[in-house]
Design a protein around this ligand. Structure first.
Ligand code: COA
Length: 393
């Protein structure tokens, strides 16, 4: 068996809804990080055997195998392929896990895992909502009798699931809002201290005045966030406690991770930065839906042969405050090691992009702190969660 190493990792800043990245074509935005991730380590793109991309809403510019279109936009040779996969919010972490598995199996030596999502343009469910067949009939909904037989006949959306999770784990609105305030404070500290400088690729874009501008920081961070302001926000998703303040915002972004076998890295003279130690994926209750990181963490630790205390840094996606908080009830973590630079509530959650974004951030934070093991996990629509452990080398 080969080891799979991360040798390069980069992300765009996250753009806010209808913000600086929203006018990009998806393939162009993805093309930027694909080009950058190989250039940063001086690897010829011709070495890349496949590009595995995560995108949730595969429609319009994000349809037709966005990963391949990103390859073309990056200016890679014609013979570099791409594949787009969808495991909801876990899509690009799954892309990374698939890439690592292919390398460990010995079938590939050099693969890019990536993610891209422009939620400003392509709303969640846009690929099926209001879609008609060529004969004009409704295309149908992905949630059918098999789903409803597991949910007591009701549809529970993500925000409602977050509220159910808060109820089940005894998480109050104050605790949710406090977690959100801390996410913004940490993200702001990370920006102020330049902690994201190495992982972010500044992106040039045209402003509304036609002038060229550069986005080099995540646009979603609200440093002024306070308990008082959050307590005044109206609730959403028909819940009593979920608000825009304790939810991840609609956002845009792209990221890429270059993985290699040890033999390929040696052949090309590239220095490995982290080893992919193990990965796992869990299914979870389809009603509570967003609890997957709890079993996924146990599974991936077992596969890695590690205990929770061995982990130096956790990046768990903050789709809504109750997700990391419920996970925390089960694992009782040192919260200084969990999302130390803020999470999706402050940094946004371009759904298909987030798995690679979290991995990029985890790697750079391990390098900044000298930590050894990092754990990345995300909840997903449909009740699943991928998880990955990396080791800085
Ligand atoms: C929660 C959600 C519906 C809110 O959408 P929205 O109402 O368009 O959000 P906005 O950014 O306009 O925020 C609403 C209000 O809250 C305010 N607000 C949001 N975050 C705030 C903060 N941290 N501090 C102070 N005010 C804040 C905004 O300023 C805005 O105020 P306004 O109405 O006076 O302009 C949307 O962000 C969402 O759907 N998030 C979840 C996405 C999702 O499901 N992802 C997948 C997860 S599994």
């Amino acid at each position: 068996m080969e080891d799979a190493f991360i040798v390069s990792a980069v992300r765009t800043p996250v753009g806010k809804r209808n913000g600086s990245l929203s006018q990009f074509r998806a393939d162009d935005l993805l093309g930027l990080v694909l080009r950058e991730v190989v250039q940063r380590v001086g690897v010829d793109a011709a070495e890349v055997e496949d590009v595995i991309g995560g995108t949730v809403t595969q429609v319009g510019e994000q349809g037709f195998t966005l990963a391949r279109m990103g390859v073309l936009a990056a200016g890679f040779p014609d013979d570099i392929p791409g594949v787009s996969i969808n495991r909801q919010c876990g899509s690009s972490l799954t892309a990374l896990n698939f890439a690592a598995a292919q390398i460990v199996a010995g079938w590939r030596d050099c693969v890019i895992a990536c993610g891209c999502e422009l939620m400003s343009k392509y709303a969640i469910a846009a690929e099926w909502y209001n879609l008609t067949l060529s004969n004009g009939q409704p295309a149908g909904m992905p949630l059918g009798p098999a789903y409803f037989s597991r949910t007591g006949g009701k549809y529970v959306d993500q925000g409602q699931a977050a509220e159910l999770i808060a109820q089940k784990w005894g998480i109050s609105k104050e605790e949710m809002d406090g977690f959100a305030v801390r996410s913004h404070q940490r993200a702001q500290r990370a920006h102020t201290e330049g902690r994201f400088a190495r992982e972010i690729l500044p992106v040039k874009f045209k402003g509304p005045d036609g002038q060229e501008k550069v986005l080099d920081k995540d646009e979603t961070v609200r440093p002024e966030t306070s308990m008082e302001a959050l307590s005044g926000l109206k609730t959403v998703f028909g819940t009593k406690i979920v608000t825009a303040g304790n939810s991840s915002p609609i956002s845009d972004g792209s990221s890429a991770v270059l993985l290699m076998s040890g033999r390929k890295a040696r052949e090309l003279g590239v220095t490995p930065r982290a080893r992919v130690v193990a990965n796992a994926v869990a299914g979870a209750d389809p009603v509570l839906m967003l609890t997957g990181p709890i079993p996924a963490t146990a599974k991936v630790l077992k596969k890695a042969g590690l205990s929770f205390n061995d982990i130096d840094e956790v990046e768990i996606n903050e789709a809504f405050s109750p997700i990391p908080l419920a996970w925390g009830r089960e694992y009782n973590p040192d919260w200084e090691k969990v999302n130390p630079n803020g999470g999706a509530i402050a940094l946004g959650h371009p759904v298909g992009n987030s798995g690679c974004r979290l991995t990029v951030t985890c790697l750079h934070e391990l390098e900044r702190t000298g930590g050894r093991y990092g754990l990345v996990t995300l909840c997903t629509g449909g009740g699943m969660a991928p998880a990955t452990i990396i080791e800085r080398v």
